[in-house]
Write a protein that binds this ligand. Sequence first.
Ligand SMILES: *Cc1c(COP(=O)(O)O)cnc(C)c1O
Length: 397
Amino acid sequence: MPGFELFGSAERKEVNDVLESGVLMRYGFDGMRNGHWKAKELETELQSAFKTQHVQLVSSGTAAVSVALAAAGIGAGDEVIMPSFTFVASFEAIMMLGAVPVLVDIDDTLTLDPKAVENAVTPQTKAIMVVHMCGSMGDMDALLRISDTHDLVLIEDACQAIGGTYNGKPLGSIGNLGCFSFDFVKTITCGEGGAVITNNSNYYRSADQYSDHGHDHEGSDRGAETHPFLGYNFRISELHAAVGLAQVRRLPDFLSIQKKNYTVLRNALSKIPGVTFRTVPNGGEESYAFLNFFLPDLESARHASKNLKDAGVDGCFHYFDNNWHYVRKWNHLKNMQSLYPLSAALKDGLSYLQTTSFEQSDHFIGRNISCLIKLSWTEEEVAQRAEKMVNIIKSCI
Ligand SMILES: *Cc1c(COP(=O)(O)O)cnc(C)c1O
């Protein structure tokens, strides 16, 4: 997945354009910038890549999720349904706005189980956040049906699945708002950065203003701008956008390398009795950023994960024992370890986490191994990796 493996002359050229003008800021300084508007250009490229009307670049994927939620008007007292398997950014963004993250079980797609979502809807629910983890997606038809029925906002976190599609539509462009990250380990990287995409012009205007202190962005005099509402600074810099611009133009190449490497590994593993693969919903095409498979039980997955690591087969994650991505180890969330006081309503809203178990999620995450697909592997390296993985996994079943 990581685009940093393939930095080259295109990235250097874009960055040099910015350094030569000296304007690192995405807004203003029109006279000094030699016609370079890297953030604007990147937004235009992303618009066509994601077949979406609006793109707002921001400073990170976490910022993208926060800005998307804020643009949809979500805040104190609201509940947002999210999966038990994701990155910590999901609940961070929800809680930053004072809203309550309602964690629900995943299924064999490794993201939201639509039945668990339906059961979690209350009068306070305002949004469903589906997280397309590890290169594949949730059942978007089912989630769209639930969000329509209950009049909820559907937000797609596509940070780990850029380039994946569902019924021919790019992931991120199907719900009301989509979020991407361009952090250092994502398929497209610019160091730190992110994007919110939407076809809703009101959400877009709100995202544009909110991510720049609530400035109205009307007229050409920045100093004369007024503030329709309170905002923050989630701006991307021109330097970051410049790297992203070079990288996004290479996305089709990155995706085809991922698919090629993924296919070699999958074909090899599919010959092992007892290995099954994650379910990709009908109409879905993965981004191939990861290969996800299941072993028969928790013990064999733990065993395989350890042996893969010991044999130097890097990038294979057993998320059941991982601190970042799965509810089981999120003690700081369950214990509400906040630097500053949380509201009584938020604490009350989170208290379910101390007593809820996620047995269905444990069943899938416990047996899952997720292998990062790298862009820089040679054909020989992929073949050797496939052989090592097959031998190790066979010996653990
Ligand atoms: C990386 C990631 C984020 C956050 O992105 P940052 O740019 O690192 O803030 C959010 N959600 C998911 C699923 C991610 O993988």
